[in-house]
Write a protein that binds this ligand. Structure first.
Ligand SMILES: [Zn+2]
Length: 238
């Protein structure tokens, strides 16, 4: 397991994290085609995923630590990232700020990567790249290679940074517990049953939308969240 400290916050990365990132980044397709470009794409995607999830969790952890104190640490695992906080004291505003700081940090990274595209490429090409980078498909760099075969690693990296930070930040803001949007909703909805019900309905809509676009991994995640919320709904008293 990889362990290090960043801005005074201990971070641990489980081996499963890298495997899941390789899978989402098109590891299977790369193995089947054995094309060096696709292998490079997978590695760049893993790097972009690592940086993005780490920055997202740092957003939570640093904001939480500043506003509430206590002990914070970060773990990257098979299901993405987690920022832990022990012994912190929060009012509702502080808690909301800590929840929103994660997707906020992700969207900031997306904005910086988009600016980089406009700095590197002339206007018409920057725009057409951006419209392709933002397409929601299972494997972003595969699409990019088809449209821009002359790619350098930095382009693939920017592509993955934009794709990951735009889409994952937005999915994370959906009202599905325990995603950030769901945790935010939890601050305002008193009834646990209503909170889990809203999460289940959102999951069903998302899964239906993803089914029509063949997003296998996303379907798996949201089906799992729906199941978790169904269990939560059954256990909730009110
Ligand atoms: Zn988060």
């Amino acid at each position: 397991m990889l362990r290090f400290t960043l801005f005074g916050i201990p971070v641990e990365v489980e081996p499963w994290f890298w495997l899941v990132m390789a899978f989402i980044g098109g590891g299977f397709a790369a193995l089947q085609s054995s094309s060096p470009d696709l292998y490079m794409g997978v590695v760049l995607f893993m790097l972009a995923g690592f940086i993005s999830i780490l920055v997202h969790e740092l957003g939570h952890a640093l904001t939480g630590w500043k506003l509430g104190g206590g002990t914070v640490w970060i773990r990257l695992w098979a299901f993405g990232g987690l920022a832990y906080q022990q012994g912190g004291r929060f009012d509702r505003r502080g808690r909301c700020a800590m929840i929103l700081a994660g997707p906020g940090a992700g969207l900031l990274l997306a904005a910086l990567s988009i600016v980089a595209v406009f700095v590197i490429f002339p206007m018409p090409e920057a725009l057409s790249r951006l419209s392709i980078y933002l397409r929601y498909t299972n494997v972003p760099h595969e699409v990019m290679l088809r449209f821009f075969p002359e790619n350098k690693p930095i382009y693939g990296f920017l592509n993955s940074m934009i794709w990951v930070n735009v889409w994952w930040s937005m999915l994370n803001l959906l009202p599905v517990f325990p995603l950030d949007g769901g945790q935010f909703m939890d601050q305002f909805v008193k009834s646990r049953k209503a909170m889990h019900k809203a999460s289940i309905i959102t999951c069903i809509v998302v899964v239906l939308l993803m089914l029509s676009n063949n997003m296998t991994m996303g379907i798996f995640f949201f089906a799992y969240f729906a199941y978790q919320n169904y269990m939560g709904y059954q256990q909730a008293r009110s």
